[in-house]
Write a protein that binds this ligand. Sequence first.
Ligand code: UDP
Length: 237
Amino acid sequence: MARKKFSRVIIKLSGAALAGNQDYGIDPQFISSIAEEIKGVSETGVEIAIVVGGGNIFRGIAGSAKGMDRGTADYMGMLATVMNSLALQDALEKLDIDTRVQTAIEMRQIAEPYIRRRAMRHLEKGRIVIFAAGTGNPFFSTDTTAALRAAEINADAILMAKNVDGVYDSDPVENPNAVKLKELDYIDLLNKGLGVMDSTAVSLCMDNKIPLIVFGMREMGNIKRVVLGEEIGTYVK
Ligand code: UDP
């Protein structure tokens, strides 16, 4: 069955996607290529909001494993997502794409605060909106942020761009016989612990009937293919 074409999507980019081939930090060249790709997607007329992770800079759980207070470490993680969001905004604006960053923690000197109606208005005007600082709450993830914002702005789907090209029945790095799944129910993600998103994010998507498409980021043009309804990656519903 052909998938439907989307009109408003949330793209979730993990922090690792912005690090390119580096282990840490931001690779401006790599971000430029992501921005080019997003430009192509926006030319199809689809409304795009983006949630960016922060794992390339700081992850709360890693800080807390080394003895930091988890709440403090998580706030640092949220700040990392702001840096990534500004880098992505910079790359998009270099391509003349109108972009707004909205932060879940107020920092008015550098970005707008998150205001749902305003975000939707930006999207209607064809601007790309980047949601930064996660949900604004510790103990959550940017996957959960993507699920929450998708529900709030009535997005048709969450597009999850990953380093692997879909969801497998076991870890494809460890098991050469792992099989890629074309379609999957949310409940299977939870029951089988398939590590695509954390369980809070999965539950939110499931309860609000937001489809999720997991696909590989390495091949240029994949985001556009997904938006246009091409059957790549794994469709979770
Ligand atoms: N974070 C948080 N609350 C949120 C979103 C993110 O506390 O609502 C923190 C958390 O510490 C997380 C870090 O920000 O580890 C970076 O986000 P994430 O790990 O989701 O980034 P990704 O893995 O996508 O790069």
